[in-house]
Design a protein around this ligand. Structure first.
Ligand code: ATR
Length: 276
């Protein structure tokens, strides 16, 4: 019998997770399929009941459900609880447990490029679910100082309190400086916008974006003359690698997953006009 996995979120039409996981299943000859399920905010409860009813073995969770799914789960892993976001749900005999692999994804992306986080000053733009996992990862990695900037200051302040880091107003972003800068908003997704200009990026050594469509976002283009850059597919890949382990109990075929992600994103870039 084939086991079923999938992703829930909205929008979901451009998700690369099905290609990534189905490639991994195929490579390891695991009898499983992974689908994409568009789930509107108001239908989350029914969708979670559906996971149980259809005996779907594992689910990736993405925008906008990473925090709101908590109340529908039977159990949440302590790290996901601390982060305040779930991106993976495992169905074990009808009991649903939530995990977070985004933070490991971020750490692995840095590790893979041999970029040190220890004792570095990190600036994070954005205060959503992705930022929470990134902050957790940066703290685990031993960052010396972390600042978060957000359009809505209250949300940055909440993160500040939850993680013991500094919340800064959006208007002060042009003054930001440090070693590592991470773009964790949706700015730049399918358009040619960046939250900061080159004059800000010049003050950093490393720039990472979580947006991967286009792969070279405006933010990364402005950064690459002065910084080492980490594109948005790296976090997607490594969170997926950890997720695959939770889904199957097997080591993921990283190289195959990476290859298909970069191929698929090229195809999507060909289909979409970014106004560049
Ligand atoms: P995710 O869970 O993926 O992080 P999210 O919770 O919707 O998604 O968070 C999106 C982040 O992008 C937020 O920090 C949001 O800022 P607000 O908290 O002010 O809403 C930020 N964001 C999205 N579009 C933005 C824009 N045009 N300008 C500035 N910030 C933006």
């Amino acid at each position: 019998m084939y086991k079923t996995f999938g992703i829930i979120g909205d929008p979901i039409s451009h998700s690369l997770s099905p290609s990534m996981h189905n490639t991994a299943f195929r490579e390891l000859k695991i009898k499983a399929v992974y689908g994409a399920f568009e789930v509107k905010r108001e239908n989350l409860k029914e969708a979670v009941e559906g996971i149980r009813a259809l005996n779907i073995k594992g689910i990736s969770v993405t925008i906008p459900h990473k925090s709101s799914i908590f109340e529908f789960l039977d159990e949440v892993d302590p790290i996901a609880l601390e982060i305040g976001a779930v991106n993976t749900v495992i169905n074990k005999d009808g009991k649903l447990k939530g995990y977070n692999t985004d933070w490991i994804g971020v750490l692995k992306a840095f590790e893979n490029r041999r970029i040190d986080i220890k004792e570095r000053k990190v600036v994070i733009i954005g205060a959503g679910g992705a930022s929470r996992a990134i902050i957790y990862a940066m703290k685990k990695g031993g960052a010396k100082e972390i600042e978060v900037y957000n359009r809505t200051l209250e949300k940055a302040q909440k993160l500040g309190e939850d993680f013991g880091i500094l919340a800064k107003p959006w208007e002060e972003l042009p003054l930001a400086q440090g070693d590592i800068i991470i773009q964790a908003t949706s700015i730049g997704l399918k358009n040619n916008e960046s939250p900061v200009g080159e004059e800000v990026l010049k003050k950093f050594k490393v720039a990472m974006d979580i947006v991967y469509l286009p792969l070279r976002t405006k933010f990364l283009k402005l950064a690459e003359r002065n910084c080492e850059i980490i594109d948005g597919l790296q976090m997607l890949l490594y969170q997926g690698v950890e997720q695959f382990k939770l889904f199957t109990g097997r080591e993921a075929p990283i190289k195959f997953m990476e290859k298909v992600l970069y191929e698929e994103v090229k195809k999507l870039e060909g289909e979409i006009n970014f106004g560049i």
